[in-house]
Design a protein around this ligand. Structure first.
Ligand SMILES: [Zn+2]
Length: 377
C-alpha cells in the first residue's frame, strides 16, 4: 500500500502502518488528554495527561493489531499464508495471499477478528470491575478501552463486504449458493447498500446533529462503497477470467501481409478497405512483425510506393505476445502495462491468432452480465 511504513514483524508477518493512522493516534490521544483524563485525574498536569493519553493510544493500536493478527493466524491454520498486515485510518487490512477455499474457512477467518475485539473489551471490562473500588482513575481508563474495543468489534461486524461482517455474510451466501462469485456479488451489493445508508446517515447527522460525526459517517460510507465494488471486480478477474485461455478471445480473421508488400499497396488494398489498423507481417505461418499506422508514418509519404512493410514493421522479437498456455488475466496485465491494443497469440514463432482489446472488454462485459461462475471453454 502506498504511504505505509514497515514497523516490524510478528509471527513472520510484516506489519506496516499507513500514515493515515497518525490521524487516529492524535484523535485518541487528544480525546483522552483534553477530556476523559482531566475528569478521571483532576490533579494531573497537562503533560501527564498527554503522556498517558499517548500511552492509551498505543494500547488502542495494539488492540487493532491483535484483531488483525487473529485473522492472519486463523487464515494460516487453513493453509492460507498472510504476507503482511497494514493498519490504516479505518482499521487494518490483512493481505491474504489467496482467497479461502471453503465457506467455513472464510467464516472463521472473518468472525475471529470481532471476537478478538470483544474478548479485549471483556478483559478491560473485568479490569474495570476489579479496580473500580481500589483505583477509580485506572478503572475509568479500562472502561474506556473496553468501550473502544466494543466499538471496533461492532463496526467490523457491519454486513458490508469487505468488512468482517460482510465476509461472514458472504460465507453464508457462499455455503447456500455454492458459488463464491455469486456470493461475493450479493455481499458486495449489500455492502454498497449499507455504504449508501451510512453516507445518508452522515448527511442527516451533518445537518441536524453533529457535523463532525456526519463527516466521519460519510467518509467511512464512501470508503466502504468503493472497497466493496473493487473487491468484486478483483474476484471476478481472479475466478472467472483465470480459467479462460487467451485463445478464447483470439481472432482468426486477421489479414496476413507479405513482407515485400509496399506501404502504398498496404494503404490502398487493406487500410482504406477497412481491414484493420494493425497487420501481421508473415512468411507462411511465421510472424515476422506487426505494422500499425504509426509504423507506416516512420517512412516519408513520398517513399511509400517503394518502401516495403518489412522495412518499417515492429519486429516480432520486440513485440509483447502471449502463448497458448496463457490466460485472460495475463493478457489484461500485458495490455495495461504496455498500453497496447492488440497482442498476437503465438505458438513459438507461429501466429495462432490476434487478440484485440475491444474483444477482451466485450468478453468481460458479457461474462459479467451472465454472472456465472463457471469459466467458458
Ligand atoms: Zn477484522
Amino acid at each position: 500500500m502506498v504511504g505505509a511504513f514497515r514497523i516490524g514483524r510478528i509471527f513472520g508477518i510484516e506489519i506496516s502502518v499507513h500514515w493515515s493512522w497518525a490521524i487516529i493516534f492524535v484523535l485518541v490521544t487528544w480525546t483522552f488528554a483534553s477530556g476523559i483524563l482531566g475528569e478521571l485525574f483532576p490533579e494531573w498536569t497537562s503533560s501527564q495527561r498527554w503522556l498517558v493519553g499517548a500511552l492509551i493510544s498505543l494500547v488502542f493500536f495494539t488492540s487493532i493489531l491483535f484483531h488483525e493478527l487473529s485473522h492472519s493466524l486463523v487464515a494460516r491454520r487453513y493453509g492460507i499464508p498472510v504476507s503482511s498486515i497494514t493498519l490504516f485510518v479505518f482499521g487494518g487490512v490483512s493481505n491474504l495471499t489467496k482467497e479461502p477455499e471453503r465457506p467455513g474457512q472464510e467464516f472463521w477467518i472473518a468472525i475471529v477478528g470481532p471476537l478478538t475485539s470483544f474478548l479485549f473489551a471483556g478483559l478491560f471490562g473485568i479490569g474495570y470491575v476489579m479496580l473500580r473500588s481500589v483505583e477509580e482513575g485506572v478503572a475509568g481508563v479500562a472502561l474506556n478501552l473496553a468501550a473502544i474495543n466494543t466499538a471496533i468489534g461492532v463496526f467490523n461486524l457491519v454486513p458490508g463486504f469487505p468488512l468482517d461482517g460482510g465476509r461472514v455474510l458472504r460465507s453464508i451466501f457462499w455455503a447456500r449458493k455454492h458459488s463464491i462469485l455469486e456470493a461475493t456479488r450479493t455481499a458486495s451489493r449489500v455492502g454498497e447498500f449499507v455504504a449508501y445508508l451510512m453516507m445518508g446517515a452522515g448527511g442527516v447527522l451533518f445537518f441536524f446533529v453533529d457535523p463532525i460525526s456526519g463527516i466521519w459517517f460519510f467518509l467511512i460510507g464512501n470508503f466502504l462503497r468503493s472497497a466493496s465494488a473493487a473487491s468484486y471486480e478483483q474476484l471476478f478477474v481472479e475466478t472467472v477470467l483465470k480459467g479462460v485461455p487467451a485463445s478464447a478471445v483470439a481472432r482468426q480473421d486477421y489479414t496476413p501481409i507479405s513482407p515485400d508488400m509496399t506501404l502504398i499497396e498496404l494503404l490502398e488494398e487493406h487500410v482504406l478497405a477497412g481491414h484493420g489498423r494493425c497487420f501481421p507481417i508473415m512468411a507462411g505461418e511465421e510472424l515476422l512483425g506487426l505494422v500499425t499506422l504509426s509504423d507506416m508514418r516512420k517512412a516519408p509519404r513520398g517513399d511509400w510506393p517503394t518502401t516495403t512493410v518489412y522495412r518499417v514493421m515492429t519486429p516480432a522479437a520486440s513485440i509483447k505476445s502471449v502463448g497458448l498456455r496463457d490466460q485472460l488475466p495475463q493478457v489484461l496485465v500485458l495490455m495495461a502495462e504496455n498500453d497496447i491494443n492488440q497482442v498476437p497469440l503465438m505458438e513459438g514463432r507461429w501466429l495462432r491468432g490476434m487478440i484485440h482489446r475491444g474483444d477482451v472488454i466485450r468478453y468481460i462485459q458479457v461474462r459479467q452480465e451472465l454472472g456465472t461462475g463457471a469459466p467458458a471453454r
